[in-house]
Design a protein around this ligand. Sequence first.
Ligand SMILES: O=C(O)C[C@@H](Cc1ccccc1)[C@H](O)SCc1ccccc1
Ligand code: NI
Length: 183
Amino acid sequence: MILMKDVIREGHETLRKKAAEVTFPLSAENRQLGEDLLEFLINSQDPEIAEKYDLRSGIGIAAPQVNRSVRIFALYVPNDHGDMVEEIVVNPKIVSHSVELAYLPGGEGCLSVDRDVTGYVPRPQRITVKFFNLDGEEKKMRLKNLPAIAFQHELDHLNGVMFYDHINKDNPYFEVPNSHPLE
Ligand SMILES: O=C(O)C[C@@H](Cc1ccccc1)[C@H](O)SCc1ccccc1
Ligand code: NI
């Protein structure tokens, strides 16, 4: 199982690399990696397991965060209806996105960042994405609000981008035109 000791922190070069696409059929280690990433999120949101293993709660985690520079991440995040978006995402692409932007009013955090970095992180509020599952089947999905923000935060990790790269340096709380806080 993945533990916080396995999560690399800012300053580690892997977090700034562009991760490599994976080929199908997946190697046993890449399949196991995808399953381990999802298992970490589920564990991190279970109060007993999270306390027992000292896990920080996560709704997404990307392979580069455990020092594996491949284009795989996991999501375990509630949608607007409270249903969990539970996905192991391989070779993802955003195929279209809304003009409207959204941001978390409390800003974003990151399992690889052990400090509070304040400020709004504006991202497209709705996205249409394509990716593959562990069996190489292509999936197309429309996401909005928190699942969309999480997907983009994780896709950033595959491209060596950290959430604070998006924060306006002159005014961290600048309300970008067309952007709305997620309540
Ligand atoms: O470091 C990571 O990639 C995991 C982040 C992903 C994330 C951060 C901000 C906004 C969306 C996704 C962790 O999930 S941070 C914990 C968290 C939990 C609930 C809501 C927002 C952030
Ligand atoms: Ni992160």
